[in-house]
Design a binder for this molecule. Structure first.
Ligand code: OOG
Ligand code: MG
Length: 259
């Protein structure tokens, strides 16, 4: 066995810290399945906390058909968010610490109440939400060309990189999230769009999924946590100089590198 949980975890953090990519581990270690991937992910959360980062919430990945088909992985994922990943409005893409960033529009929740699975439904999940925001996630895979299997990407904290939330936070009762639209513009051209329904039929379903999935690993979602519910559209490349805007129908606009 060329790899194990500890050595994959260490290698992924090294790639992240040094800004280098690599082939997926499943090329050499096909037994790296989802369960093993989550053990690696949890080990690296401990490493992130040990070096002073704070846990601020979770992200879902591959919750829309657009993302699943593009990445070739057909199962939704959960991963950790820390304060080191938070961008402020107007911050540029942190190119120097990222390998090949891509940007995707997401509906973001901030939790008011604790949410613990199993058995969480969309309605009970939404009842725990304090506010809803538009968001942009800057994903960055440690795998060359974003080529990976499910176990690889789970181990890699679901390609976490950075994220930013938009200017408008609304109570969840103020809008129909299945209809909330996001329009993605690159250099002034509209390149993609979707509504919240692209995310599991309703982003609240993704939140429920996170609570139920984390329950299997002995965790609950805590009050104040940020939850990124997953890319609504395919992600767009964000090389240096690309100017990207995401316009939500009710949740405002996010401008990256000038928009
Ligand atoms: C995996 C991360 C997926 C999302 O929102 O679907 C993700 C990837 O696409 O590299 O963050
Ligand atoms: Mg995402």
């Amino acid at each position: 066995m060329p790899w194990d949980v500890a050595s994959v975890a260490a290698e992924l953090l090294r790639c992240e810290d040094e800004g280098v990519d690599r082939p997926p581990f499943t090329d050499e270690w096909p037994e790296l399945d989802l369960e093993t991937g989550y053990r690696i992910q949890d080990l690296n959360l401990e490493a992130r906390l040990a070096r002073g980062e704070t846990l601020v919430g979770v992200k879902l990945g591959l919750t829309s058909r657009a993302k699943q088909e593009r990445m070739g992985v057909h199962v939704p994922l959960v991963a950790w968010l820390t304060d080191a990943m938070l961008l402020a409005a107007g911050d540029p893409v942190p190119q120097s610490r990222l390998i090949h960033p891509r940007i995707e529009p997401e509906i973001v929740f901030v939790l008011e109440d604790r949410l613990a699975g199993p058995g969480v439904s969309c309605a009970s999940a939404m009842a725990a939400v304090g506010s809803v925001w538009g968001g942009a996630e800057v994903i960055d895979s440690r795998y060359r060309d974003f080529r990976f299997q499910a176990g690889d990407v789970v181990a890699d904290n679901a390609s976490s990189g950075a994220f930013v939330t938009g200017p408008v936070g609304l109570p969840p009762t103020a809008l129909n999230l299945a209809l909330e639209a996001a329009l993605v513009e690159v250099d002034g051209q509209v390149v993609d769009s979707a509504t919240g329904a692209a995310v599991q039929g309703h982003p609240g379903e993704a939140l429920a999924l996170a609570a139920n999935e984390l329950a299997k690993r002995g965790h609950a979602l805590e009050p104040g946590w940020i939850v990124l519910t997953g890319g609504m559209t395919d992600a767009v490349p964000a090389p240096p100089g690309a100017s990207i805007a995401i316009h939500f129908s009710n949740l405002g606009s996010i401008f990256i590198n000038g928009g």
